[in-house]
Design a protein around this ligand. Structure first.
Ligand code: PMP
Length: 423
């Protein structure tokens, strides 16, 4: 087995070289498995940062990308359009009910674009609104605007002076057997109402699940109450579905499951089935209409790789595959449930919660938090059993690709359960 090592010319994301284990070296991905250069196979239980939707190297997406690569690999999207972009816009607009699609490169930029559209739309109307509202614990990406919208955290700390102000409402996260959720929801809605007394450009939320906050799940009814208040205040509603989009919560979009009709939706991650970096921001036609007219009204935003044809081809193939078998995402919750019920009995665990393909539970720790080493201990133990996890502080979660079979799912839960013995 070659020793794990740090490459002399690479700089890894969110990684402290002084304390982290050197990276695993992947050479191949097939379905739910990642193969390492030493021949080991690991179950990718977190879909490689939540992007691998169906499975690694999914043949129909690989074929679509390969075919597109020999036709048109890239073209400047300011002066050109192309069939895969048009087909993807048609498809996503029909499924989301939002008529306009703006392309960018990842989840952070999809959020930045939503924010900039919302902000400039009010300006273009001649009634600028300066307040933005987000939720406590929110995470919307690592670029400056997306960071500003997100909660302040160790991730934002070095940059806090640079981040613009965002008003914040509580996020009444809940779990199985939580008896205190109603008063927390009421408090959150009251706070939101107070904030909305100030003219507000937009309210942004991660529908149903705040991912990076630690798979913090809220009830559907709470989100509908949020939307009601946002509408009453005339503010725009932005849904960050970068994580939740494409079946992750058991519906095609979390907004559909929750009964929300946002004005803007940010998508990425599963968009291309996890094959290529791409983000899209869907917007209501009325927002697009607000940018038509004199040159100052223009949305002067664009990325070099806007609407990259390979990404579009991957996204179209991924959507086709997803819709060919919706049962795969609709039924995942029922597959998780019995395993999570057993795990939830463990005395070292609490707050079990589940939605769609996402199951999460907290380690009982004296000092929970992102840097608590307990998560790393669980990660190492599970790895030794061939399961790749990446706990978020005290939160252990599974967010596997849809192709994960029952045996592999059992392996994941078994590995978590046995890893707890090391704590
Ligand atoms: N929004 C949400 C809800 C996310 O979970 C993430 C990524 N974890 C982002 C935005 C940012 O996406 P990206 O990492 O592709 O920039």
């Amino acid at each position: 087995m070659p020793p794990q090592r740090w490459h002399p010319h690479l700089w890894h994301p969110t990684t402290q070289v002084a304390s982290a284990d050197p990276p695993l070296r992947a050479v191949r991905g097939r379905g739910a498995l990642l193969e390492l250069d030493d021949g080991r196979q690991l179950i990718d239980a977190i879909s490689s940062w939540w992007v691998t939707l169906h499975g690694h190297a999914e043949p129909s997406i690989a074929a679509a990308v390969a075919a597109q690569a020999t036709e048109l690999e890239q073209v400047i999207f300011a002066n050109f359009s192309h069939p895969p972009a048009e087909q993807l816009a048609d498809a996503l607009s029909a499924r989301s009910g939002l008529e306009r699609l703006f392309f960018s490169d990842n989840g952070s930029t999809a959020v930045e674009v939503a924010l900039k559209i919302a902000w400039q739309w009010w300006r273009n109307r001649g009634e600028p609104r300066r307040q933005l509202i987000a939720f406590e614990g929110a995470y919307h990406g690592d670029t400056m605007g997306a960071m500003a919208l997100g909660a302040r955290s160790p991730f934002t700390a070095p940059f806090d002076e640079l981040l613009f102000e965002v008003a914040r409402a509580p996020w009444p996260a809940t779990w199985w057997g939580d008896e205190g959720v109603e008063p927390r929801e009421r408090l959150a809605l009251e706070r939101l109402e107070q904030l909305l007394e100030t003219p507000t450009a937009a309210v942004i939320l991660e529908p149903l699940v705040q991912g990076a906050a630690g798979m913090a799940m809220v009830r559907e009814g709470f989100l509908r109450e949020v939307e009601r208040r946002v509408r009453a205040a005339g503010a725009l509603l932005i849904a960050d579905e970068v994580l939740t989009g494409f079946g992750r919560t058991g519906a095609l979009f979390a907004c559909q499951r929750a009964g929300l009709t946002p004005d803007l939706i940010a998508l990425s991650k599963g968009l291309t089935g996890g094959f290529l970096p791409m983000g899209v921001t869907l917007a209501r036609e009325a927002l697009h209409a607000g940018f038509i007219g004199a040159s100052e009204r223009t949305f002067l935003h664009g990325h070099s790789f806007t609407a990259n044809p390979l990404g579009c081809a991957a996204a179209l193939a991924s959507l086709t595959l997803l819709e060919a078998n919706p049962g795969r995402y609709e039924r995942f919750e029922a597959r998780h449930r019995p395993h999570l019920e057993v795990l939830a009995q463990h005395p070292k665990l609490r707050f079990p919660r589940l939605i769609g393909t996402i199951a999460a539970i907290d380690l009982v720790l004296e000092k929970p938090g992102y840097f608590n080493p307990a998560g790393r201990i669980v990660q190492r133990r599970a790895l030794a059993e061939g399961v790749f996890l990446r706990p978020l502080g005290q939160v252990i979660y599974l967010l596997p690709p849809l192709c994960l079979d029952d045996t592999q799912l059992e392996q994941c839960y078994g590995a978590i359960s046995r890893a707890l013995e090391a704590l």
